[in-house]
Design a protein around this ligand. Structure first.
Ligand SMILES: Cc1cc2nc3c(=O)[nH]c(=O)nc-3n(C[C@H](O)[C@H](O)[C@H](O)COP(=O)(O)O)c2cc1C
Length: 498
């Protein structure tokens, strides 16, 4: 099947992968045309029950991150779905940075600026909205979508790319958040709005009024739009201007079928699910293979009664590799790096760069600084920890350490720290409840960091009171070039390390 855009698109040579009207179709079409090696097409039928996730994990283990396009997914009910599935859309740091027109090693600095941009959405008529090409109000069966079961013990198929859109009944202002949807039966789902999140706050208000909460869930858009939609904002505040700001063009909105212009959804989404969260109905949700890599417990959670589904005729279903790079990279770590950089740089101007590595699954942060003064490594640890509840361990290193190379970071831990004086530990801080090492019920835990920097220079122009690193003379390092001795073919066959 050829991926075709609903409208024509153009490209900008200096801005990475962009198109004039951005949606998932235009993105995939452009990717296939301009960077086909980044796309893995699976043309044979493939089961949505574990198999797609298993393939994604195998690729993750060898650190390869193509966008995966499954032409013939087999659904939860064992039938071939009419909808192809795309996953791993936001898994490669390089590709995600290219989508945003950024340097993958400078995301912390560049994404912050992008996050502050706002572009007001525009409202379009239903007739101009691809997500209204098919409207279904009876015989709804969400199991016709290729909704995947990701990991063992998940109780059923979960939509992991569902942007749940609700409104604050006091102000009428909308909120949206990526929140998982467990498709329990053809027209009924569970979902888990974490306590304190803005959808959770809206839910409390609707239920306090004794009313079912209206909800619209949209799936599939241009990946830059998805990143923008996930912006952390104040409450109540619509996410659509931030989504447009990151995407670089206004989001085209359209009224929902059930709620009119009270709840608007992106006209260029692939699929929209509308319904109600019935007042007072709480059921067990999960267990679920959570992003830290552990099976999270069942939680008492609300449900959604689905009343309407609208979609494109040739909708592409977007899935996400839960807990894998696909989940963590663009929709989580990019904005996190930007916020940590902004916060720490304001307090300690010597901060140079920030990286949230995949290995720590959001619990770890590597911060690179120019150590000009004693003590600033510890200051950075304290400042960074306040950027987000999920952060746990901060590693501070010097400017000669490549923070994107974990071997170098660990070398700094090994030889530039003394644990009796370089470790900062703060007990009983607020935590994210998905860390199994925290004592139940999991609201607080220890956080801290390690200052792996050398002492600062003794004075301007003076050396650092620390042993120098060893290496051949600079002239020799420059003169001896690998390519003069080995071909790329030879290089790839040489014995390596596991
Ligand atoms: C793939 C993915 C799945 C997520 N699933 C959930 C979820 O099921 N429940 C939840 O509360 N947050 C989930 N999150 C985190 C929220 O999307 C995030 O905290 C968001 O900023 C909340 O925004 P809000 O407070 O404005 O509603 C998920 C994030 C990602 C990237």
């Amino acid at each position: 099947m050829k991926i075709q855009s609903a409208r024509s698109s153009t490209t900008s040579p200096d801005k990475g992968i962009v198109s004039s009207t951005k949606d998932l179709h235009s993105f995939l079409e452009e990717l296939e045309a301009r960077n086909p090696a980044a796309l893995l097409r699976i043309r044979t039928p493939m089961d949505t029950r574990y198999d797609i996730t298993a393939l994604q994990r195998k690729l993750d283990q060898v650190r390869r991150y193509p966008v995966i396009f499954v032409e013939k997914p087999i659904t939860y009910e064992g039938k071939q779905s009419q909808f192809p599935l795309v996953t791993n859309l936001t898994a490669s740091r390089e590709l995600c940075a290219a989508i945003l027109g950024m340097d993958p090693r400078q995301v912390a600095q560049q994404y912050y600026e992008r996050m502050t941009r706002r572009l007001q959405p525009v409202v379009v008529d239903r007739s101009e909205a691809p997500c209204k090409e098919v409207i279904q109000t009876d015989k709804i069966n969400l199991w016709e979508l290729p909704v995947t079961i990701h990991t063992e013990m998940d109780p059923g198929p979960y939509i992991g790319t569902s942007f749940v859109t609700t409104i604050d009944p006091e102000t009428g202002i909308d909120n949206m958040a990526l929140q998982r949807i467990w498709v329990k039966s053809p027209a009924r789902t569970g979902f888990w709005p974490a306590m304190g999140g803005h959808n959770w706050m809206n839910l409390q208000k609707w239920w306090a009024r004794g009313k079912d909460m209206p909800v619209a869930i949209w799936i599939g858009h241009h990946p830059a739009g998805l990143a923008g939609a996930q912006a952390r904002l104040g409450y109540p505040e619509s996410h659509y201007p931030a989504m447009g700001g990151v995407m670089g063009e206004p989001v085209r909105l359209v009224a929902t079928e059930l709620f009119g212009d009270q709840i608007m959804v992106p006209a260029d989404a692939e699929i929209v699910i509308e319904g109600y969260v019935p007042v007072g109905v709480i059921e067990a949700e999960g267990p679920f293979g959570e992003y830290p890599g552990y099976i999270g417990p069942q939680r008492p959670s609300p449900v959604i009664e689905v009343k309407c589904v609208t979609r494109r005729k040739q909708a592409v279903y977007h899935d996400v590799g839960v807990g894998l790079a696909d989940h963590l990279m663009m929709m989580g770590n990019f904005p996190l790096e930007a916020r940590i950089y902004d916060l720490t740089k304001r307090a300690i101007p010597e901060v140079l760069n920030v990286y949230v590595p995949l290995s720590g699954r959001r619990n770890h942060v590597y911060v690179q600084i120019q150590k000009t003064r004693p003590g600033i490594g510890r200051d950075v640890i304290l400042s960074a920890l306040t950027a987000d509840t999920r952060l746990k361990h901060i590693f501070v290193v010097d400017e000669d350490i490549d923070i994107f190379n974990e071997e170098q970071v660990l070398w700094a831990v090994a030889y530039r720290s003394q644990w009796d004086k370089d470790i900062v530990v703060i007990r009983d801080m607020a935590t994210f409840p998905l860390d199994p090492s925290i004592s139940a019920p999991g609201y607080t835990g220890a956080k801290g960091g390690i200052d792996c920097t050398m002492p600062p220079p003794l004075g301007p122009g003076l050396p650092r009171p620390f042993q120098q690193t060893n290496h051949p003379p600079a002239e020799v390092e420059k003169r001896i070039r690998l390519e003069d001795f080995v071909t790329p073919g030879q290089l790839s066959k040489f014995p390596g390390q596991i």
